[in-house]
Design a protein. Structure first.
Length: 517
């Protein structure tokens, strides 16, 4: 088998991949078989003349020369060893986000019947509470955009981007397709489920887990962990005490009360993350700026972007870009505000939005273990307006750059609404300067990016402000033999794919001491 990269083909509804490989390699199509699409992206270097850029695998019965674009190819292999034997058939998992759910999936494959505890609720109940929050400002601090079945990704764009594609991320893709995702997520460079598609998949996954013996406990909050002799000997959940054989922590990056509980119990450190704003444009502007106005968007879908810049010691970048999406309130604490981006499967809203953020570290928030978390909270509380609860402070990007405010009537997708404010007052000068520099650089690449942009504040939860130190080879928390931190809350993953893969790999560590079924 061979891997062939950079096969450029004009975008169309039907593509002849056999002919494309034949033309690239300059060999007859009769020597080529078993073609598989590994990756498909859009080459938009020439507006209105877009091409697909394919990476394909194929069997080629011909002596071809290997180079950077043509290489021998083999499927990735599993590398996690089943090294930890368990006697109890009910491993405890805290958190029903991607990491927790896919840890459970990996465990049920081996005959275990895990117990999953989550402070939130099932997707249907959770969605009703989120909609009520957006409409009436009534926040449930335990069942919201951040907490509940499916985790924070349930109210997001449902992107499946991943820095690596190995055996485990491929397994996640296979399962997502099994539970309802489109086959195209195998190869699209920017695979997307949409919040509605992701919800259906998670419900199907939950039903599968229950059918295979998994049990869910909703509205259940982890209140305490007792560790003795390098081992978790007791956990308190909703005032009930348990003694699990193992405890898998998949708590997400917003479980601040849990971080506080763990601060003096396990080895943790603060870590860098990023803060900033969300910027919103009309999707028509983004489409024209990146793809050109003669593109058939029924084939390509709406245009997306990924932008980066560097200012002194800070990286500035776009994050969680949502074509045809919405900006939504993602608060999980009363009297504080945080924003998130979300889109549905069809991405047909008239707005596009993305986070524009700058990296922050100890120089910005201090050296304490919870210093980054406190920093997030301070920003979110500062952006909350008691006279306009959960409305987002906003400013034209051009006015932000010029440090001026003028009345405007620019529309926004944000739920529940916006008001005009000076966003220069939210962050320290070093962060504000970095974001302004980044916007200016982005505007040079995309003329009109500033003039057409509306900024809303704040974006704070780009990744966990905490890292729970663990062993690389078996995910064990340092010095604690039966505690396994995973997913975004552990500080070792970010986003749906990496969190799900982290959980799935963790579940693969365990095998039953005796046959469980």
């Amino acid at each position: 088998m061979y891997l062939i990269r950079n096969i450029l083909v004009p975008i169309a509804k039907k593509i002849d991949l056999l002919k494309a490989i034949s033309n690239k390699l300059k060999i007859s199509a009769k020597y080529i078989s078993n073609i598989k699409t590994i990756r498909r992206s859009i080459d938009a270097r020439k507006k209105n003349f877009l091409k697909y850029n394919f990476t394909l695998s194929a069997y080629i019965d011909f002596n071809i020369k290997l180079d950077d674009e043509v290489q021998e190819y083999s499927e990735s292999k599993a590398y996690i060893n089943n090294s930890i034997k368990l006697s109890n058939s009910h491993p405890f998992i805290i958190g029903a986000g991607p990491a927790g759910l896919f840890a459970a999936l990996s465990l049920v494959e081996k005959g275990f019947k895990p117990y999953i505890f989550d402070r939130g609720e099932t997707i249907d109940l959770r969605t009703k509470k989120v909609e009520k929050f957006w409409q009436d400002g009534i926040l449930d601090e335990n069942s919201n955009v951040q907490f509940g079945e499916g985790g924070a990704g349930t109210f997001s764009d449902g992107k499946l981007t991943s820095r690596t594609r190995d055996y485990y991320t491929n397994q996640i893709v296979n399962y997502l397709i099994q539970f309802g995702a489109d086959e195209s997520i195998r190869y699209d460079a920017l695979p997307h489920l949409g919040t509605d598609g992701l919800r259906d998949i998670i419900v199907n996954l939950r039903k599968y887990l229950i059918k295979n013996g998994c049990k869910f406990f909703w509205n259940n909050i982890l209140e305490n962990i007792i560790i003795d002799n390098n081992k978790v000997i007791e956990v308190t959940i909703n005032k009930e005490k348990y003694s699990p054989e193992i405890l898998i922590l998949a708590i997400g990056n917003s479980a601040r009360d849990t971080f506080t509980i763990l601060k003096n119990k396990i080895e943790m450190e603060n870590k860098s993350f990023a803060v900033g704003f969300r910027i919103e444009h009309t999707q028509d502007y983004i489409n024209s700026a990146f793809y050109g106005n003669k593109t058939d968007f029924s084939v390509t879908g709406p245009a997306a972007y990924r932008l980066t810049a560097k200012y002194k010691s800070k990286g500035i970048y776009s994050f969680c870009m949502c074509p045809g999406g919405f900006i939504v309130a993602g608060s999980s604490e009363r009297n504080s505000l945080v924003l998130n981006g979300m889109s549905y499967k069809d991405r047909n809203n008239k707005f596009a939005n993305s986070a524009i953020v700058a990296t922050v570290n100890n120089n910005d928030f201090g050296d304490g273990i919870l210093a980054g978390m406190r920093f997030q909270q301070q920003i979110e509380e500062k952006c909350f307006n008691h006279s306009k609860p959960y409305l987002a402070p906003s400013q034209n990007a051009n006015d932000f750059i010029k440090n001026s405010i003028y009345p405007y009537r620019k529309l926004s997708s944000f739920k529940p609404g916006i008001y005009s404010n000076d966003l220069n007052q939210i962050f320290s000068p070093s962060i504000t300067e970095a974001i302004k520099f980044g916007l200016t650089k982005f505007n040079k690449r995309i003329p009109g990016f500033i003039d057409n942009g509306l900024l809303l504040a704040p974006e704070t939860r780009t990744s966990s402000p905490i890292r729970m130190l663990r062993k690389r080879e078996n995910f064990q928390a340092n010095g604690i033999s039966n505690l396994f931190p995973i997913g975004e809350g552990s500080g070792y993953a970010g986003g749906i794919m990496s969190s799900a893969a982290d959980g799935y790999k963790c579940g693969n560590l365990f095998i039953p001491r005796l046959r469980l079924y």
